[in-house]
Design a protein around this ligand. Structure first.
Ligand SMILES: [Zn+2]
Length: 246
């Protein structure tokens, strides 16, 4: 009996406002942890479900995304895949960049180079599952700070992510949606969809629920960084958000 089973996807809260994404494929028994900033809550979330982590995928080198790599590998034997990032992820078993493939069971994904937040930052897209892991590049109604790249770099990254199918679920690294939404409705005061998205995010957070995943279609409609017409406008908005007290 061959029954097509969807991949299970869980957002595990970690550190102060990170999400580590656990993705489980029942058919193969594989479980991937994406961007484990710490190990304990991730190992527990997997154990609670009877899952064993077989792979770790990283989107960029920041410690709140890779801090749990070594401990998870020691506990489970998982292999660790991520971007080169000039050697700043010392726990990697395999380095991937633009166009390189990953897989969980029979489900395939592709790395997309989106350097801007960090120079080597990647997103990982699984088209068959309609999932993209965006790390700290694309957030719900936001984008990452430009630590190592320029507004033009982030503008280019937004074009790549915007081009994914609208139903693609956006799994990002932080619960920043309410803060981002408060800025989004200031950046685009006539955007009713952003207002509605902010109201929904506030309701979900009041109930203690994650606001994620978002979707590419929702980001096209509400995200002031994806919606910026030029890299200059994106840069102005990023600078405004950096000092925004919402
Ligand atoms: Zn980061």
């Amino acid at each position: 009996m061959a029954v097509e089973q969807a991949i299970e996807l869980v957002a595990v809260p970690a550190l102060s406002d990170n999400y580590v994404w656990l993705m489980h494929d029942a058919a193969s028994g594989e479980t991937v942890a994406v961007d484990p900033g710490e190990a304990a809550p991730v190992l527990k979330a997997a154990e609670d479900r009877g899952w064993t982590i077989t792979q770790v995928w990283n989107t960029h080198w920041h410690p709140d995304h890779v801090g749990g790599n070594a401990e998870i590998k020691a506990a489970t034997g998982a292999t660790i895949t991520g971007p080169a990032e000039e050697g700043r992820i010392p726990t990697l078993d395999r380095i991937i960049g633009e166009g390189d493939g990953v897989r969980i069971g029979v489900h395939e994904g592709t790395a997309i180079a989106v350097g801007a937040h960090t120079s080597g930052h990647i997103a990982i897209h699984l088209p068959g599952e309609a999932i993209v892991f965006t790390g700290d590049t694309l957030f719900a109604m936001g984008c990452g700070r430009l630590f190592e790249g320029t507004p033009a770099d982030m503008f280019a990254a937004m074009r790549k992510l915007e081009a994914l199918p609208g139903e693609t679920r956006v799994c990002c690294g932080h619960e920043y949606t309410v803060s981002n939404g408060r800025y989004a409705v200031v950046a685009e005061p006539n955007n009713d969809e952003a207002k509605a998205a902010l109201a929904q995010a506030e309701r979900l957070r009041a109930e203690g629920k994650p606001t994620l995943p978002s979707t590419i279609a929702a980001e096209r409609a509400t995200n002031p960084f994806m919606r910026a017409a030029t890299s200059e406008e994106l840069g102005e908005r990023r600078a405004a958000k950096d000092s925004f007290k919402g």
